[in-house]
Design a protein around this ligand. Structure first.
Ligand code: ADP
Length: 868
């Protein structure tokens, strides 16, 4: 048996092998040690002789929960089952690897978060890096729904794509750079699995894909010659699925080319800092934009919403299509509520179907498909004759699949079991053969009861009992007190403390019929179940299309619900690079703060309102909140959602860049300032006139003068070279002078009220530059001890005396408007005044004779000569 184990272990690579032995799954050697650690199992040993083998195990019915734990702890696991009945096996029971489970290949409900897509991705790097070939391939598939995409992108964008897809597992070749290197910024939640180099080869990949899809060429899917990197990655994904799943992958029936151009691009750092689907601090969904806007009522809807928010659109027409559907639902409370109520009654059709396709669907799964189909006609009626073009399209595409429904309905009992082999699945009347066998089984049982009554009467033993156990089957039990009345025809089988047990020929004959009838009924029922499942599988494509419609209806009505609950407005989407938001709110804070306490703010950019807004103000005033809110409103607008504002006109953005704070990068082991500058460089190199850029405290990671200089130059570049909409929050008020030299820069600041030595943050954005940093006040609010605060005030006063000019501005900034931009930069950082200048200034010319004046001039000249 250990040989059988070792063969299986060799075949499953680095996965932990769960080896079925009777009623247990056992692990051996290092696997046992790892499992004991992760699962808290007791480590025992097999062959207690000289070379004991470490062993750990758990009962078979706990498989799913232990698998979940292993996966959550970053392991892969392979399951090796007994594939023949141990009772019938001659010699060693045959065993086979039936599945390999890893984070990217989960299909079981118990292991999946219903609200999240669970993608397996593969990255194919350029083959000839030195030839200047920089296109890489990325492919991603979701086994539980059958979705499969591939794209060819610049290799520098791989990190952004991975951040967008956020796969559970990513395949790389054995030779690729370490996953944590800047080359591969694989998200931290993604498990990396190394695969042999050759599965990423173009020929191998094409062969794998063509074989699976049974196609002579992949052109039909829309791939072109330049898409070979995408196909290499797709081949690697499919190869891995075939190897690990040992089940049909028929539901993966197409490979969709993914073209990023139609989508709003958001790079990895911006996604993270905007906390779109996860928060920065905890990495959780809770607290993210997605979590607060998610009002969906089905898991399919929740996943689709996550997909929409990760992939906002750039086509005005496509956005308006969604908008009008959302508006229609928002305008009709009754319609929306009824529709959502009906959607609550549908099951996760997408994932049910994938289990059908991979042969893992239980009878209960099929009954859930049936219940979902039963809910469809009413749902369809709700969206009939709607004004919105999208809704009427969805109505047309909502295939009720009536034949499948009728078939399932007539076959399945109301409450179906999770296991298919124990019967209890099919209704009476569905199959004549099954009914006959069941009658026999049930009649037999009745017969036993009748037999007991007859025997009791015939023998006069009133407490005579016919019972059943596994060893003897049916037997007659007679208590010791009645033993004397036992007829001679009874055959004694067993003596217990209080009673004797007998059998009779009639009893055994009936038992035979009853038992086999029951077993035969279960076998037949299992076969009928399999053919029912095959029938659903044949129609999987139609059902998937229906599932897609349900998901969209859920998302559209959920966005409408959100709009109504939080008083969102439908934004006007335009092509010009402008932003006009009246009374905008931060979608996340707006929901977290109790209603009405969030202070709304306007944002005007574009046309004569300027393109670059510089927001100054003390820490904690609300600068970050404001600039993020503008980015998030834009993002929501581009998924077709209404937005938290009283009025909004949003010019389509092709990219959103957000560079917010640097503090959290420390955890990633990189120099904060280096990261900050790398990301800023990317923005400056890739933003276009149609992008939206929000920058928060850029330059903070270095010394003040460095920081100001960089921030200054960055704003100039954004303004002069890129001309993109920019919100720049900073606590360097020196930068506010930029508004004087650059025509499209506007100063904004956050209103603050000073009251008896306190600062009250009003969180209101107003025009103009802030003139104080209020840092010390904030420190006091934060609980910095009073003496420290007092001392800081003294130091501040002295610094202000020495470094601030008459107008309260730092002396190093320019006063007055410069003639040219170059001058401005020079003056800003000019050397301190020569002392001679001051002496010159002090000279009282009226009191000097010409000779004295000449002498002074000679003296000053020699001073200058001596200094320089
Ligand atoms: P800054 O970037 O200026 O340091 P933040 O944007 O981080 O300040 O805001 C500090 C805190 O102020 C936030 O955590 C939030 O609780 C609160 N806040 C910010 N803006 C608003 C607002 N418009 N209305 C209400 N509270 C706000």
């Amino acid at each position: 048996m250990m040989q059988q184990y070792l063969d299986a272990k060799n075949a499953c690579g680095d996965a932990l092998l769960l080896f079925r032995m009777g009623d247990f799954y056992e692990l051996f050697y290092d696997d046992a040690r790892a499992a004991a650690r992760v699962l808290g199992l007791t480590l025992t040993s097999r062959d207690k002789g000289e070379n004991p083998i470490p062993m750990a195990g758990f009962p078979y019915h706990q498989l799913e929960s232990y698998l979940a734990k292993l996966i959550a702890n970053g392991h892969r696991a392979a399951v090796c089952e007994q594939v023949e009945d141990p009772k019938l096996a001659k010699g060693l029971v045959k065993r086979e690897l039936t599945r390999v489970v890893s984070p990217g290949t989960l299909t079981d409900d118990a292991l999946l978060d219903p609200r999240e897509s669970n993608y397996l991705a593969a990255v194919a790097l350029p083959v000839r890096k030195n030839n200047g070939d920089s296109s890489a391939g990325i492919a991603w598939a979701e086994l539980s729904t059958g979705r499969f995409f591939a794209a060819t992108v610049q290799s520098a964008r791989i990190g952004d794509e991975l951040a967008r897809i956020s796969p559970a597992e990513c395949l790389l070749t054995e030779e690729d750079a370490p996953a944590s290197s800047p080359l591969f910024p694989v998200p931290s939640r993604t498990m990396v699995t190394r695969r042999p180099h050759w599965v990423f080869g173009l020929d191998t990949a094409q062969a794998t894909l063509q074989k699976h899809f049974q196609l002579a060429s992949l052109d039909g899917f829309g791939f072109t010659d330049s898409d070979s990197p995408a196909l290499r990655a797709a081949g690697a994904v499919l190869d891995y699925l075939c190897e690990t799943q040992k089940a049909s992958l028929a539901h993966i029936d197409r490979l969709t080319p993914y073209r990023g151009g139609e989508l709003l691009e958001i790079d990895e750092a911006s996604r993270r800092s905007l906390e779109i689907t996860r928060t920065i601090r905890t990495g959780d969904r809770e607290g993210s934009l997605l979590a607060v806007i998610d009002k969906t009522v089905t898991p399919m809807g929740a996943r689709l919403l996550a997909d929409w928010i990760s992939n906002p659109l750039t086509s005005i027409a496509a956005i308006q299509l969604r908008q009008s559907a959302v508006s229609e639902f928002a305008a009709d409370d009754k319609l929306r509520e009824e529709l959502r109520e009906q959607l609550r009654g549908v099951y996760d059709l997408e994932r049910l179907l994938s289990r059908v396709a991979t042969g893992r669907a239980s009878p209960r799964d099929l009954s859930f498909v049936c219940r979902t189909l039963a809910a469809l006609p009413k749902l369809k009626a709700k969206i009939t004759a709607r004004k919105s073009a999208l809704l009427s399209d969805l109505e047309t595409n909502l295939d009720l699949c009536p034949e499948i429904h009728v078939r399932l309905q007539s076959a399945l009992l109301e409450d179906c079991p999770l296991v298919a082999k124990d019967g209890g699945i099919l209704r009476g009347g569905y199959s004549g053969d099954l009914d006959r066998l069941r009658d026999l089984a049930a009649g037999g049982k009745e017969w036993i009861a009748r037999y007991q009554a007859e025997q009791a009467k015939a023998t006069g033993i009133t407490n005579l009992k016919v019972a059943y156990n596994k060893v003897f089957g049916y037997y007659i039990e007679i208590t010791n007190s009645q033993k004397d009345k036992t007829p001679a025809t009874y055959i004694r089988k067993q003596t217990t403390v209080n009673a004797e047990r007998y059998i009779t020929p009639e009893l055994k004959e009936y038992e035979e019929q009853v038992v086999t009838a029951d077993e035969r009924a279960k076998e037949l029922e299992y076969e009928l179940f399999l053919s029912l499942r095959a029938c659903v599988e044949r129609e999987a494509r139609r059902l998937q299309a229906t599932a897609a419609v349900l998901a969209q209806l859920d998302v559209l009505s959920a966005l409408a619900e959100l709009a109504r609950q939080r008083s969102y407005v439908c934004p006007t989407i335009v092509d010009q690079p402008i932003l006009k938001i009246v009374d905008g709110r931060h979608p996340v804070l707006d929901i977290r703060e109790s209603q009405g306490t969030f202070v709304p703010n306007d944002c005007l950019l574009g046309d004569e309102d300027g393109l670059v807004a510089l927001i100054t103000g003390p820490n904690m005033a609300g600068k970050s909140t404001y600039i993020r809110q503008v980015a998030l409103i834009t993002l929501l607008a581009q998924i077709g959602s209404h937005v938290p504002a009283r009025e909004a006109t949003i010019g389509i953005a092709d990219r959103i860049f957000a560079r917010v704070g640097a503090s959290d990068e420390l955890a990633r082991g990189q120099s904060t300032f280096m990261v900050e500058m790398t990301e800023t460089a990317r923005i400056l190199n890739t933003a276009t006139a149609r992008s939206l850029v929000i920058l928060d405290e850029i330059g903070r990671g270095t010394s003040t003068y460095d920081g100001i200089s960089l921030a200054w130059a960055i704003v100039e570049h954004l303004h002069d070279q890129l001309g993109c909409r920019t919100l720049f929050a900073t606590h360097y008020h020196e930068l506010t002078d930029l508004a004087q030299s650059l025509p499209n820069v506007r100063n904004l600041n956050v209103a603050v009220k000073e009251w008896e030595d306190h600062v009250v943050f009003l969180h209101r954005i107003v025009a103009g530059a802030a003139d104080k940093s209020y840092g010390i006040h904030v420190a006091r609010l934060a609980g910095v001890p009073k003496p420290v605060n007092e001392r800081a005030k003294q130091i501040l006063a002295r610094l202000e005396e020495e470094h601030l000019g008459e107008n309260g501005r730092p002396k190093l900034t320019l006063k007055g408007k410069p003639s040219r931009k170059g001058d401005l930069q020079l003056t800003l950082f000019a050397a301190p005044e020569h002392p001679v200048v001051d002496e010159l200034r002090q000279l009282k010319l009226d009191n000097l004779t010409p000779l004295e004046a000449l002498q002074q001039l000679a003296r000053l000249q020699s001073q200058v000569a001596a200094k320089s």
